[in-house]
Design a binder for this molecule. Structure first.
Ligand SMILES: [Zn+2]
Ligand SMILES: [Zn+2]
Length: 382
């Protein structure tokens, strides 16, 4: 008799909120998972792994594959969070890849699905969540949703599954603990199932520190995003990057945290989001490629790195027009789709702050002026 398979699906959000150390930790975590499972004879025999990543688009980067054949791909951060597309793709993969039991033959074990996301979808996700709920009643898969980062809305994840875990911290160490737990969970499931456990749900190992079950009941989080992401390009290399800002609890303004390289830019998402005014931003993350400390915005809307010492024309890395430094004062910038669509009420509206940006000494007047803001290092965190 052939061994029944235990299909394991990882759905990994690779949107803005995963930029920087988090996405590297995910890559290392998946490698750790595969290596640990290969070391367990029962898991090696039964567990099959598939990986679906999603940002603006969802993609099955590893089809359901036996552990020894899995090649862990390199994950890269993209823009947008299409949870709906990811769930739709998951449904298709489950239908196509998982062998159902018939009255005469035993099919695969109930798949384990781990959905890792910032829980702030930017697409029309509700019909897909509803569809997967319907398809999963009676249960055909055990779905675990793990909300990552400070801005997760557990309410969104609860529409996908009853089992919602929260991981606030996205440090590499926290990610590693999560993947150790995930590996232990798969090993437990493969052992119990082969021992003949028929329960709807195999008990999972204790959660590691820093990961908790989302509180039950409905509750509303503060709707103001705790992070803001802006897309920019390096004016020297033209390569895209993300500027990350975090909200300060005491005054609600956003403080520059870091610039993260971005491998792919997908246009269009940011049109859905309200712009943010530079008056709400403190400091400016330096360019991760050339370390230019400030940023400017072309009239075409593109942000780019530049230097306060720059003299003469600057070429916009997107539309290639010649620009001159100018446009003092605050201005609106399109935000990237990594954060949730803010439901803007009057009081929450991102107001145009009266604070004026400092003037550059080298301002030249020209019809083609860039707008800019200056890094204020006293506000930067170490
Ligand atoms: Zn640069
Ligand atoms: Zn331009």
């Amino acid at each position: 008799m052939s061994i029944r398979r235990l299909p394991v699906y990882l759905l990994i959000d690779v949107s803005e909120s995963m930029a920087g150390p988090a996405i590297e930790a995910v890559s290392r975590g998946v490698e750790l998972l595969v290596n640990e499972l290969r070391g367990n004879p029962l898991a090696l025999e039964s567990a099959y792994l598939s990986i679906i990543t999603f940002a603006k688009k969802a993609q099955q980067v590893v089809p359901l594959t036996e552990l020894l054949q899995v090649n862990v791909p390199k994950f890269s951060v993209r823009t947008g969070t299409s949870l709906g597309a990811a769930l739709k793709l998951l449904t298709q993969c489950l239908q196509r890849e998982v062998v159902r039991s018939t009255p005469n033959t035993k099919g695969d074990y109930k798949p384990l699905v781990f959905l890792l996301t910032d829980g702030q979808p930017t697409d029309d996700w509700e019909p897909a969540a509803e569809a997967i709920r319907r398809a999963n009643n009676p249960k055909v898969a055990n779905i675990y949703a793990i909300g990552c980062g400070p801005d997760v809305d557990p309410g969104v994840l609860k529409q996908v599954t009853d089992i919602v875990l929260m991981m606030n911290d996205l440090t590499p160490e926290q990610m590693r603990k999560f993947f150790v737990w995930l590996s232990a969970s798969v090993q437990t499931a493969s052992t119990r199932l082969q021992e003949g456990a028929q329960g709807q749900q195999v008990a999972m190992p204790d959660l590691p520190e820093g990961i908790e079950v989302a509180p039950s009941g409905s509750y509303r989080r503060d709707p103001t995003p705790r992070q803001v992401f802006l897309q920019a390009r390096c004016s020297r290399s033209k390569r895209p990057y993300l500027m990350r800002f975090a909200r300060r609890p005491y005054d609600g303004r956003y403080e520059a945290i870091a610039g993260h390289p971005l491998e792919v830019v997908e246009e269009g998402d940011s049109d859905l989001l309200p712009p943010i005014n530079t008056g709400m931003l403190d400091g400016c993350p330096s360019c991760p490629y050339c370390e230019n400390p400030i940023a400017g915005m072309c009239p075409c809307g593109q942000l780019f790195c530049t230097s306060p010492d720059h003299r003469g024309a600057i070429i916009c890395p997107k539309c290639n027009q010649q620009l001159y430094a100018g446009g003092p004062g605050n201005f609106d910038i399109k935000t990237s789709a990594g954060k949730r669509r803010v439901r803007v009420t009057k009081s929450e509206e991102i107001v145009i702050n009266a604070r004026r940006a400092e003037k550059l000494s080298s301002i030249q007047r020209s019809p083609k002026q860039t707008q800019w803001w200056v890094r204020e290092s006293r506000h930067l965190t170490p």
